[in-house]
Design a protein around this ligand. Structure first.
Ligand code: OAD
Length: 277
């Protein structure tokens, strides 16, 4: 166990701060202790919710996940399109990948899962912390106001060399002659956290984890760190709930699982919270 120096004594269990893929421990009993299907979530007035979303929450909007049957990582190699080395080797290929993803995301519409989360945020306000690994803007499209994009944002770019802040950019760049350059001479890259880099806003995320009484992960396979370890950080003092059509790799850490598509489960799950809080 090692304390995160950025966080003083607050953070004890999370020691992984770079984006990595974790290998599930074969000795862990990958069973969730209780399965509750489509029961309503009781939220007390003292509760603070930490919601972690993954690619599954946008799947019903037509945005492909990464590791499923038609997942993006079946056709692209992480090290070629989502790593600093890949960027240094072939920025055109990287931009081809993110241009394709910008095109798909630009045509996508928020689904009932995004809308349910936006409605709960409206009720709970600062008692709900929405942290997404997704780089699309569907939570915002549905009306969520305070979304923490720990892996960056697809419709933003930044310079790979100077300190110019990230800026809105919905363009696609596919030909070598298209590749955007900064005034400083550096290359303009997608504002995405790649493997080996440090996700955004971790301090804020760890503080919210420390305070939450309910932790819910939705549509994430539980293999990418540090997000996969968030649930272990709160286990024992917060309710830990998973929502998705199948068990994640870190299923053994959750106490409840609502099996099903997020767009079908979340509106029912949150109906009590919407009515009572
Ligand atoms: P994955 O593709 O690894 O996992 C998606 C999860 O969504 C799976 O567990 C599915 O079972 C679940 N799922 C599929 N359809 C669903 C639905 N309708 N409702 C709810 N869940 C559904 O995606 P992530 O876990 O989000 O990072 O991946 C984490 C990170 O790895 C991504 O942010 C990305 C990726 O490499 C970067 O590229 C930086």
């Amino acid at each position: 166990m090692r304390a995160n120096p950025q966080l003083g004594q607050a953070c004890h269990t999370i020691v992984k701060s770079r984006l990595t893929v974790s290998v599930p421990d074969a000795n862990q009993n990958a069973r969730i202790s209780a399965y509750t299907v489509h029961r309503m979530l009781e939220v007390l007035t003292t509760d603070r919710l930490f919601i972690l979303t993954g690619a599954g929450v946008s799947a019903e909007s037509g945005i492909p996940t990464f590791r499923g049957v038609n997942g993006l990582w079946r056709n692209y190699r992480i090290e070629e399109v989502a790593s600093p080395d890949g960027w240094a080797r072939d920025p055109r290929l990287v931009w081809e990948f993110y241009s394709m993803r910008r095109r798909v995301a630009a045509g996508a519409k928020a689904n009932p899962a995004h809308s349910a989360l936006a409605r709960v945020e409206e009720k709970l306000r600062e008692r709900l912390f929405l942290c997404t690994q997704n780089v699309d803007n569907l939570h915002e499209q549905a009306g969520s106001k305070r979304v923490v994009h720990m892996h960056g944002e697809l419709f933003k770019s930044r310079c790979d060399s100077c300190s110019r802040p990230p800026f809105e950019d919905a363009n696609t760049y596919e030909a070598v002659t298209d590749l955007p350059q900064c005034e400083c001479g550096g290359g303009i890259r997608p504002h995405i956290c790649w493997f080996g880099e440090t996700p955004f806003e971790l301090d804020k995320i760890f503080r919210a984890l420390d305070r939450c009484t309910v932790f819910m992960a939705i549509g994430t396979s539980g293999v990418v760190e540090p997000a996969a370890s968030f649930v272990a950080q709160v286990r024992g003092r917060a309710r830990t709930i998973y929502v998705g059509p199948e068990e994640p790799a870190n299923a053994f850490v959750f106490t409840e699982c609502h099996l099903g598509k997020a767009g079908e489960v979340l509106p029912k799950l949150f109906s009590a919270a919407e009515a009572n809080c």
